[in-house]
Design a protein around this ligand. Sequence first.
Ligand code: HEC
Ligand code: HEC
Length: 289
Amino acid sequence: MPTKREKDAVTGRETTGHEWDGIRELDTPLPKWWLYVFYACIAFAVVYSVLYPSIPLISTHTRGILGYTNRDALTRSTAEAATQQAKFRDRVRDASLEDIRKDPDLLAFAETGGRSAFNENCAPCHRTGGAGAKGYPNLADDDWLWGGTLAAIHQTIAHGIRNADPDSRQSQMPRFGADGLLTPPQISDVADYVMSLSHQPAPADAARRGSKIFAENCAPCHGEHGTGNQELGAKNLTDGIWLYGGDKATLVETLTYARNSSMPSWSARLDPTTIKMLAIYVHSLGGGQ
Ligand code: HEC
Ligand code: HEC
């Protein structure tokens, strides 16, 4: 191949001297800016690989003179966060529930800690955000079985409901059908009455008969007007919010077998500070009183 550098007439630049089928290549130098950036990159890479871990060796890599590792950095920032957290946790531990509510920083910390403890321990039953499911009460509304004050919520969480903890919430709705306390027609009548209490259509004569049965058998727990009693965890039957269901078939099932569901006592599983944060979180979900 002939190599003959010559000046190109159009651009005034030299050619490389190579020629392919009459096509010649100009020998244009790289732009200055590009070259400087390129040199700067090389310089950066050299400095970086001296300072930081970079070059792979057979079973390890160069360490760099700064001794920096991502793992150390993570450990350090985790430890920092833990000290920061411990400070707040100690303040939550020592403050009363009411005082936590009044301190915006503590409140925010407790709500965040409460939310993550809730997602881990409570959401399987109460669902994310406390939305509830059949048999598992919604904790975000203002309808409470056992009370919606901070103190009541704290007590419910710490000791649970119908379990072996001596301080747990206790009460048993009788199994009116299964134990023969009421006959099936009586259960049907009182179910109709409960439907009328919650403003659902029900045959008037059955509901009238049911109201007498209610006064004798149910009012001691659910109240004369069916509005419930939080001392006994006896639901308000008039508000149209149901734990199990307000249709006739579900009511008959509830009255026949009762439900008496239970919740674990959390004081055996979680530390007192976490339980406090949970109470604050649940109280903040929307229905706190
Ligand atoms: C195994 C399922 C289960 C788990 C897990 C559970 N709960 Fe419950 N919880 C229930 C049931 C069932 C009830 C209703 C019991 C009843 O009928 O009185 C309840 C009731 C409550 C109540 C009372 C609601 C009211 O209306 O008075 C609160 C507050 C509560 N749970 C908070 C929590 C918190 C906080 C956690 C997590 C630490 C938790 N629960 C975990 C099943 C569960
Ligand atoms: C000893 C107290 C007690 C008596 C008496 C009682 N209940 Fe209850 N009732 C409760 C409790 C406590 C609950 C909540 C049970 C649970 O969480 O599993 C409840 C739940 C219910 C529910 C479920 C509501 C829902 O949201 O699904 C209905 C309906 C009901 N009762 C109706 C009656 C009727 C009608 C009678 C009378 C025939 C009656 N109860 C008698 C304590 C009582």
